[in-house]
Ligand binder design. Structure first.
Ligand code: NOJ
Length: 765
């Protein structure tokens, strides 16, 4: 049968999960929301307006960020809660796979489902604004601490992921917050107060980025978030082209809120600062910030804001700030009473009683309201399995068959998390399921690999032997003999710059496996002819010390799987799930091959970082510099084989003059066949090269489409992509606008950024 796939997804491959949600809300349009917000704000006093646009202060309220009640109008305070992998600091919720894992599924429906489920959990817990999704850090430097919160090192992939994530949350009536705006690509030097950890700086890092890279790379995912109706955006800590991101009228008033005729995204919701990102609320407000978070230190708090207002701060702007905030609230129909009561205190998750909400309430603070139905665990498990990337599979190692009875498990990463890691998940030991910091979540319900595999193997009447001490080489050698398969677990952690884990202040010091994982793998492989390496990682790691070892028969990159880690791994290893994940970033042979490094050092007080590579991050750099990666962007193996139709069907292009920015110029159609013996899924990818007249610095090719296709053995499906004018455009620095050239565009369709299986030229006029 021939099925034509369309964009956005048609519920299909995961209809069993999607059908279990109750009806989505229909968010109001911005126009409708503004009509309701304006009169509401008109009845507010000056103090109430100020309070609505300023947080109550750090930890003064149950949520990550809190905006006070307006009792006179029965307006319940606003609760803003981390984070992007599920609620943080809150019990009875799900820890979903991280952004990077979900990006690795390349599956629109799963991206949506994850956020929809998060929307349900936030709604049940009473959260107004979920501080998600993350479209930056996008992963310019592989060692940067928070790249795993976003969906991969490509703007197009992140754009799709951001749009689906915004829709998922907001279909449940929870305001999404697209963050971090903008060019926030590392942890070190991000914030002056963090410099306590590494020496004095007087201003945060200045990301020096070309206009073209801002528009085509860093702002791209936010465009999609805004188009999807995102209610809020968070501006970031560091400086951009010498201005604080949260105090830059260029970046907020023009680029984000400005009209599309000048290249703005036309954002109509509210902009909040990241926590303590601005020490000058007047400047922030003037630049376009609508809500200052968290609202204290004497600098950013209500006192300062009151002073600001009473000393002639522009009242029209203050009204606008309040209207934008309430417009997001009305847009998501929070006036209709769908949100639950706030039943937790994320600053004190372990106390039953305490004080919160403007210090006025004393009593029970954690009510343990369940928000994690089995459906959400099922969604997490499926994403973790489909976001697992099979990098190597030789000698028929995987899937594990009936002949595998004796299983050896090696490495601390296979085992349980035994210590209390706190609400920022500062874990040093046990299996890695999520990075640390505000992007982490609840690890109470983690199914570790050792437990899940032991249960599975016991049911098959097999045996499991394990050594969890990474450095017990004698024990490992001894137990690695006489196994049918040896699973060697290694990992690599990173997180937010507020915390230091084993000498890594957020960013990784390097991109090799932690706890000498290379020696662990080589030790296991030295004894065991069937060694399968399982990697949990925040991003790329260097695999050269063992990747070609003949006894390393398979390599499974399970990314950051969230709570269903062990279950999803069993699904992949024993073949219940045929792997279909593809790399959302490049794995190099050495770190020096990447375009960019973290700026680890700075002499002086005003650190800077030049984004000289402009657009050429990740695979675009490898392509431009002709560097061979170990595994390229978009790569991933399956237990079956796929063949592609040799020619591309291309519709007659519409003339550019007759096409709007987001309109389709032409469609590309191809065929893909499952030529193997088991059912599987293929991610068909479309890359586009601009005409040769495009300016210097244009990538050799860039991702402009993908579809994940499920195929039974011998089945063929037709896949179609819509290529829009936006996809063809670049930011013209001279004209200061988007430009699509007339001329010949090269289209390549294939299984990865380097496995291009059909190519055609399209002439656009
Ligand atoms: C700082 C982080 O950068 C941001 O992502 C988070 O949402 C806030 N803190 C609130 O915790």
């Amino acid at each position: 049968m021939v099925v034509l796939l369309a964009t956005p997804f048609v519920a299909g491959q995961h209809a069993d999960l999607l059908s279990q949600f109750s009806t989505a809300i229909t968010p109001r349009t911005w126009d409708e929301a503004y009509v309701l917000a304006a009169p509401f704000v008109a009845q507010l006093s000056l103090t109430e307006k100020i309070s609505l646009t300023t947080g109550t202060g750090i930890a003064l309220g149950p949520c990550s960020g809190n905006v006070a009640n307006i009792p006179r109008l029965n307006f319940r305070y606003l609760c803003l809660q981390d984070g992007p992998a599920g609620l943080r600091g809150v019990d009875l919720v799900t820890l979903f796979p991280a952004g990077i894992t979900t990006g690795a599924t390349w599956d629109r429906e799963l991206l949506y489902l994850r956020s929809r489920a998060m929307g349900v959990e936030n709604r049940l817990k009473g959260v107004n604004v979920a501080l998600a999704p993350v479209g930056g850090a996008i992963g310019r430097a592989p060692a940067a601490g928070r790249g795993w919160e976003s969906f991969g090192a490509d703007p197009w992939l992140n754009g799709v992921a951001n749009a689906e994530s915004v829709r998922g949350l907001q279909d449940e009536g929870v305001v999404a917050c697209a963050k971090h705006w903008i060019a926030n690509e590392q942890e070190k030097y991000r914030l002056v107060i963090d410099s306590i950890a590494y020496g004095p700086i007087f201003k945060s890092l200045d990301s020096q980025v070309s206009q073209r890279a801002l528009r085509e790379l860093y702002e791209w995912p936010f465009f999609d978030a805004v188009q999807a109706g995102a209610g809020s955006v968070m501006c970031s800590y560091q400086r951009v082209n010498s201005e604080y991101a949260c105090e830059s009228a260029t970046m907020i008033a023009q680029h984000l809120k400005g009209n599309s005729s000048t290249g703005g995204l036309g954002f109509r919701g509210f902009v909040m600062t990241d926590w303590f990102a601005s020490a000058a609320p007047d400047l922030a407000a003037t630049a376009g910030v609508d809500m200052v978070m968290p609202g204290d230190l004497g600098l950013t708090g209500i006192a300062a804001a009151t002073k600001r207002a009473s000393t002639g701060f522009n009242g029209t702007r203050l009204d606008e700030m309040a209207v934008r905030t309430l417009a997001a609230w009305f847009k998501m129909r929070q006036d209709e009473g769908r949100l639950g009561n706030i039943s937790f205190s994320s600053w004190n998750p372990d106390s039953e009683f305490g004080a919160w909400v403007d210090r006025a309430y004393i009593g029970q603070i954690n009510f343990h309201v369940p928000a994690n139905p089995p459906l959400h665990a099922a969604i997490s498990r499926r994403i973790a399995a489909e976001g697992t990337v099979l990098l190597k599979n030789t000698k028929g190692a995987l899937p594990l068959g009936a002949g595998i009875k004796r299983v050896g498990i090696f490495g601390n990463d296979a085992g349980p998390i035994t210590k209390d890691c706190g609400t920022f998940t500062i874990c040093e030991e046990g299996t890695l399921v999520v990075g640390w910091g505000s992007g982490s979540g609840l690890i109470d319900h983690v199914v570790d690999p050792l437990s899940a595999i032991t249960e599975h193997v016991s049911a098959l009447s097999g045996s499991v032997d394990s050594v969890l001490d990474d450095y017990d080489y004698a024990g490992i050698r001894q137990k690695a003999r006489d196994q049918d398969v040896c699973l060697a677990f290694i990992n690599s952690r990173s997180g937010e710059g507020t915390n230091n884990v084993q000498g890594n202040q957020g960013d990784r010091n390097n991109i090799t496996a932690w706890r000498d994982g290379d020696t662990l793998v080589r030790t296991v492989a030295g004894e065991c002819a069937n060694t399968i390496v399982v990697i949990h990682s925040v991003g790329a790691i260097i695999m050269e010390p063992w990747i070609e070892h003949p006894n390393v028969t398979a390599v499974v990159l399970a990314n950051l799987p969230g709570q269903e880690s062990g279950n999803s791994l069993v699904d992949v290893l024993w073949g219940a799930t045929n792997p279909s994940g593809k790399l959302p970033y490049t794995i190099a042979k050495q770190e020096a091959d990447y375009c960019c490094r973290v700026q680890y050092e700075w002499t002086g007080f005003f650190p800077e970082q030049k984004f000289d590579e402009a657009l050429l991050i990740d695979y675009k750099w490898f392509d431009a510099k002709r560097i061979a990666p170990r595994f390229e962007f978009g790569f991933g193996l399956s237990y079956t084989n796929f063949t592609y139709g040799g020619t591309l069907g291309i519709s007659t292009p519409k003339s550019l003059a007759a096409t709007g920015f987001v309109d389709t110029v032409f469609t590309v159609t191809t065929q893909v066949t499952n030529s193997g013996d088991v059912a599987g899924k293929e991610v068909v990818q479309l890359y586009l090269s601009l005409p040769s007249a495009a300016p210097a610095g244009t990538p050799v090719r860039q991702l402009r489409g993908f579809e994940k296709v499920a195929l039974q053995p011998r089945e063929t499906k037709q896949v179609s992509f819509k290529v829009t004018r936006r996809d063809l455009s670049y930011w013209d620095e001279t004209a200061k606008g988007w430009l699509a050239l007339k001329g010949a565009y090269e289209i390549s369709v294939g299984a990865s950024s380097r496995d291009l299986l059909a190519t055609a030229n399209v002439v656009v006029s």
